[in-house]
Write a protein that binds this ligand. Sequence first.
Ligand code: 3PG
Ligand code: MG
Length: 394
Amino acid sequence: MVDASLSEIKEQSKVLLRVDYNMPRVNGKWLVNERLTQTLPIINQCLKKQCSILLVSHLGRPEPGFYQAEYSFKTLVPILAQTLQRPVRLLPDWPNRPPDLMPGEVGLAENTRFLKGETSNSTDLSKAMVANIDVVIMDAFACAHRSHASTVGMMRQAKQVLLGTNHQAEIEAIQSITHQTGQNRLALIGGKKLSTKLPLLRQLLKFFPTLCVGGGLANTLLYAQGYPLGCSWIEYDHLKQAEAFLKLAGQHDCRVYVPKDVVVSQGSPKPGADIRTVPINAIQPNECIVDIGPDSVAEYKNVINQQSYSYWNGPMGIYELDFGKRASIQLAKQLSGGRALVGGGDTLSCIKAMPDLTFTHKSTGGGSFLHLLANQTSPVLEAYRASIRETISQ
Ligand code: 3PG
Ligand code: MG
């Protein structure tokens, strides 16, 4: 898709493209997904105009104010250069040192979250970020729910702001969900942390009468229900919230399916560990949940079949391990071809090896998708609207 609004960009402009290259890495190897591949058409479109392009993204959640090698974009540079078929320069000192990119050159700024003031949305930092930039293209839909210096901060300070094609497509997909009527709507929610998804899960109860859960998030819910889960990942400091969430779901008449069986590793989950399948009430103290089990998969498949559409966010198991991705793969196959939206960086990486599967929409956003769904707007969208109002009133 070519973004019509990019036609507004003048030849040889200095473009800052806010992307979300916050993609999973396993043992240092990048699991590249649509968060990167979807940005290529915009980059190429700008290159055709001989623009210089500064790519800006965050990665992970490092301690602000420090460089931490494991969160550096250094190892992404060769991947990006190979994909774009042109050199890409890492800019480690940006924005302290302004970008000195030539027309037609691509630079990748180092992780914005190394910068003090990024997550606290420092005005000085966002001003520095757009110094010397003609236009900011905000395409990082996956962090549209974050009010950070490199998102809303920068948009407030920029001379001109455009919303990228991918961002626009995501908004349209969400609108298509909220315009749906009828009772048969399912949210299939996995991923590791219940704590980060809870506020949005609560909102989801308004849209989805049925929920199927998996991943670490389900462990915390199951433990709160009283199941001993051995050495499985559990957020012990969120058990009260887990209980309260299940109660709230009941009040909303939302049926929550939890795994009835699971795959467990003997000892900590790592490659080569011994695994077995057990009913949810038969986990031994030295066993850790790595995936939901075949009975649960069969039940969830059955639930999927009864829906007019489904939304899936978050893997059902530790998908980075071979034995932790089986349920997610089977459920992805079941969702494929039907009316299904799938989203989130981990979910996309989890299904990357199955390009033939078809979904109504693949969202790069996890939290941001849920945020927009629940609130019908996002901090980034508000900043964009404000920038348009300002342009009109000038
Ligand atoms: C994501 O992966 O959901 C986005 O990149 C946002 O990351 P964050 O939750 O660390 O802000
Ligand atoms: Mg994430």
